[in-house]
Design a protein around this ligand. Sequence first.
Ligand code: P71
Length: 458
Amino acid sequence: MQFPAEPFRIKVVEPLKITSREEREKLIKEAGYNIFMIPADSIYIDLLTDSGTSAMSDNQWAGLMLGDESYAGSKNYYHFEETVRHIFGFKNVIPTHQGRVAENLLFSNILKEGDVVPNNIHFDTTRANVEYHKAQAIDCVIDEGMDPQNLHPFKGNMDIDKLEAAIQKYGKDRVPIILLTVTNNSGGGQPVSMQNIREVSAVAKKHGIPFFFDACRFAENCYFIKEREDGYQDKTILEIAQEMFSYADGCTMSAKKDGLVNIGGFLAMNDDEWAQRITNMLILIEGFKTYGGLAGRDLEAIARGLKEVLDENYLRFRINQTRFLGEMLDKEGVPIVKPVGGHAVYVDARRFLPHIPPEQFPGQALVVELFIRAGIRSVEIGSLMMAKKDPQTGKMIPPKLELVRLAIPRRVYTNMHMQYVAEAIIEIHREREKLKGFAIEYEADFLRHFTARLKPIA
Ligand code: P71
């Protein structure tokens, strides 16, 4: 068998509504052809995000019943703290209700106007939190990481020369932290190698700059290291994770990804003084330090999820399910970003629909067609989400790539669901000349993709 079957069986089912094509045409029209406006219970397969959409295990659900909802010192906090310390190795563990709060707390504590934060590629919330503090977020990923056809095994790697150049240019006093996102979401869920992590760590140490991970998908990154990097084939995922984090001073984490839960996050670090200042801030905005905006039962579910995600059989299935979807598409000539990343398959809409120019949103045309034809929700990561406006002419400057992301929730869909998704896309690909572009009817001044209304171009 080329791809492993599901290493779990189904104990509880959530029925899915099957709508007709006519119903879907009406729904998407009423939604202004914006997929964010469709009620989720009218979607058959929802690939909008892998964040907060995981299915919890029986062990996690059982853990919820053991929630200790004491204001201070909940036993679930201690379990959570011990688990995070064991895997990540950092001394101080600060719970938050999701990843972006961890980012905000960290940056509020360390950034000042004019500072610079290097990363392989900043995820949107990270970039926004850096810029909110009037600092500059700069991306230093290797050039291969920006080329959708390059088969480099670690396309999330930081370019060490670019990192050194940034530190030279701005001076180490203006670089209060170096970040590394594993896996690199904005570059297609691509992994970072242990070798590269060591090199980034060495640069950080040389200049005396703290080094933190954005650790959302750390276990998926560890699986790629085991699969692709010499010397790691016989190590457990836990050992790989422990080594990886040993090179850093701390991390931010959205547990909504590799924590296998629907809500939660944390910030962990070795520095006591930073931890103290951040904890004081936490109490102001999230809650006491032993719950950080979460219920005791949530902390228990995260502690259990973080242990489960290290299971190699789970990760083998997870990574290969994503790859399975990508390979089915690739075999039939559907253009995708390669190699396939950990949590999502990205379809290259510019090559899929060369007759639709960026100003007419080729990615959105595919997103809409995929919903109308098959009830599948994907998301455009192209001109609708990311185009900039030329300040002089007001004309749209399209991003380098027009992509459609198919993000796969963890433990939710079967391989047969993936086959259904692939067949729908392959069918659309065969009739691709029939697809038409879109024009914007309404847009907000920022983050327009969430609320825009569009209309099909006749
Ligand atoms: C994803 C998300 C969720 C998302 C967030 C914002 C807009 C649309 C979708 C969230 C991440 C992430 C990385 C690398 C931090 C966060 C924020 N990703 N770092 O890909 O991927 O975490 O949502 O818990 O605040 O759909 P948070």
